[in-house]
Design a protein around this ligand. Structure first.
Ligand code: SF4
Ligand code: SF4
Length: 135
């Protein structure tokens, strides 16, 4: 089994198509919607976690691309500006999956983008605007 966290950017002509249910039914994938911003007849954005067998995942993503949906890794859309981070740790307890974590010995904060679910909980608690989510 493989898991991918991705962002789907929908063009208007795809927004009303049952894309997610096709991924589930035809490709036997499990789809967890982390965030959604979709309006009828307008462009839309979904942040998803997709789980399934490697070949099924590749086939499903190929199918989505063929529809004209632009797909990118979630990691590209979440930025930790390390140069702004003062390692104050204010964000640590706010981050549900512990994508932001602190080494208790050195008190250095680190960001693991593979764990991030783009929930935005860190944005309001960071006094230095060190976290940025580009959607
Ligand atoms: S967006 Fe959510 S999951 Fe990602 S680092 Fe911020 S609080 Fe953690
Ligand atoms: S709240 Fe902001 S400045 Fe403080 S540790 Fe987290 S990312 Fe760094």
């Amino acid at each position: 089994m493989q898991k991918k966290r991705v962002v789907f950017n929908y063009p208007p002509h795809v927004v009303e198509q049952p894309v997610i249910s096709k991924l589930v039914k035809e490709f036997d994938l499990t789809v967890n919607i982390l965030r959604a911003r979709i309006s009828p007849k307008e462009e839309g954005r979904l942040v998803l976690e997709i789980t399934g067998k490697r070949q099924a995942l590749e086939a499903g993503i190929h199918y989505i691309r063929e529809l004209g949906v632009e797909i990118q890794s979630l990691a590209q859309d979440v930025k930790w500006h390390e140069d702004r981070c003062t390692h104050c740790t204010a964000c640590i307890s706010a981050c549900p999956p512990r994508a932001l974590d602190v080494n208790r010995q050195t008190m250095e904060v680190s960001f693991n983008r593979d764990k991030c679910i783009a929930c935005e909980a860190c944005i309001p608690v960071c006094p230095y605007q060190a976290m940025e989510i580009l959607f």
